[in-house]
Design a protein around this ligand. Structure first.
Ligand code: FEO
Length: 398
């Protein structure tokens, strides 16, 4: 339970959660961390707290530096439970009514969660807070990814406390970017953007432009997010990756996602994947049995095409496919080519339902949905071959 020095007077005092897997529907295969930071200055300041069960771990780390009762003020960059549910427990442990600095939307959200007489001090973009030798300036980052989200920047040390942004769900004992090999963190960073930030990529692009215009990018020496490790050796690396991933540029790759009742829709998915490969479109064939929705979503984010197959069950799509489509819709992926297919016995509604759902998501549908009654004969695969050609033609050449 040792704190980790970020720079002289500023320490990581967060918590490690190796065990979490279901993070509001996103399968966090590598756990996560809840990062909180203690600034030991004339005003001892805690930046963010942690998920409630991890408060004793955080207070244990703080106790190695100062008596927690000596904390003068708290900054809450984000009200979501993984960072703020520990706030009431922290305030009880501190034993006095310290001010809690947060955005106006943060005060509303925290009050809506806790219904406690907390001493909120609302701050807006451009406001500053003196800590002694150091200060914090605030930048609201509305809808990245909640209305209350904000950054806190310490200009004297060049540290950006970026909350959810520039983080990832990856739990390691190592606390800095230069201590974790790229092969471990890069897929987790991409997965995090796809599953958390996808609906807001337009705002990411604007925020990065705003930060650059403000001259902030040149002043950042360290990015200290609230999940994963701290960027100290090349802090702008993750900013550049976000800028690239936020473009959602179409790639010549397809994800074929499906479930199957008795194997006919699976046979269609396999044929479609092979036909796409013949057209020069690498296909990731992803059965919903055995693949988590969030890992398939990550593949979809990386792919220019999303092909969805479902058998018809009780006049509608299969339950696992419905679950995936709900998740896909919410994350509002951009610039996708799509298609729908599925087998049926007598009514056969599922491909039409899928096609309508994909159209509602504003995906480009270059072929009509494909319905297959019972089990396909060899000649029945021809429409899927044609769909593969249409999808390939709609994707960029490279
Ligand atoms: Fe890590 Fe939006 O909470």
């Amino acid at each position: 339970m040792e704190p980790v020095k970020v720079c002289e007077g500023i320490y990581w005092v967060g918590a490690l959660d190796f065990g979490i897997r279901d993070f509001h529907g996103y399968w966090t295969n590598s756990g996560t961390t809840y990062n909180a930071y203690l600034v030991v200055d004339e005003k001892i300041t805690l930046i963010d707290t942690v998920k409630d069960p991890f408060v004793p771990e955080m207070l244990g780390r703080i106790s190695k530096l100062v008596d927690p009762a000596k904390i003068d003020q708290i900054v809450s960059n984000h009200a979501e439970d993984d960072h703020a549910s520990g706030l009431p427990q922290v305030l009880r442990a501190i034993g006095h009514e310290v001010p809690v600095y947060c955005s106006p939307a943060g005060a509303k959200a925290l009050d809506g969660h806790f219904h406690l007489p907390i001493n909120y001090r609302e701050v807006k973009t451009g406001d500053t807070l003196g800590l002694g030798k150091r200060s914090l300036s605030f930048l609201e980052t509305r809808m990245l990814h909640w209305p209350d989200s904000m950054f806190s920047f310490c200009p004297e040390e060049g540290i950006l406390f970026s909350n959810d942004a520039f983080g990832m769900h990856l739990c390691t004992f190592e606390r800095f970017d230069d201590e974790v090999p790229e092969c471990r963190w890069l897929p987790e960073a991409f997965t995090y953007v796809a599953n958390i930030l996808a609906p807001y990529t337009g705002l990411i692009t604007k925020l990065i432009a705003q930060v650059t215009e403000m001259g902030l990018a040149d002043k950042i020496k360290i990015i200290a997010p609230d999940h994963g490790f701290i960027w100290r050796s090349d802090p702008l690396r993750i900013v550049k990756l976000y800028a690239q991933w936020a473009k959602q540029e179409p790639s010549r790759q397809a994800t074929v996602v499906f479930d199957s009742m008795w194997g006919a829709t699976k046979a269609m998915a396999m044929h479609l994947g092979e036909a796409l490969a013949r057209e020069g479109v690498p296909a990731l064939v992803r059965p919903l049995k055995g693949s988590h929705r969030s890992s398939i979503l990550t593949d979809c984010y990386a792919s220019g095409a999303v092909l969805v197959g479902s058998p018809t069950l009780n006049n509608t799509i299969y339950p696992t496919v419905a679950d995936f489509m709900c998740y896909l819709k919410g994350l509002r992926l951009q610039n996708k080519v799509a298609g729908a297919f599925g087998s049926y016995g007598w009514s056969g509604e599922s491909p039409k339902i899928l096609q309508a759902m994909l159209a509602e998501m504003k995906y480009n549908l270059p072929a009509a949905e494909i319905r297959q009654q019972w089990v396909p004969r060899p000649e029945d695969f021809q429409p899927l071959t044609e769909m593969a050609k249409a999808v390939a033609a709609a994707l960029p050449r490279k």
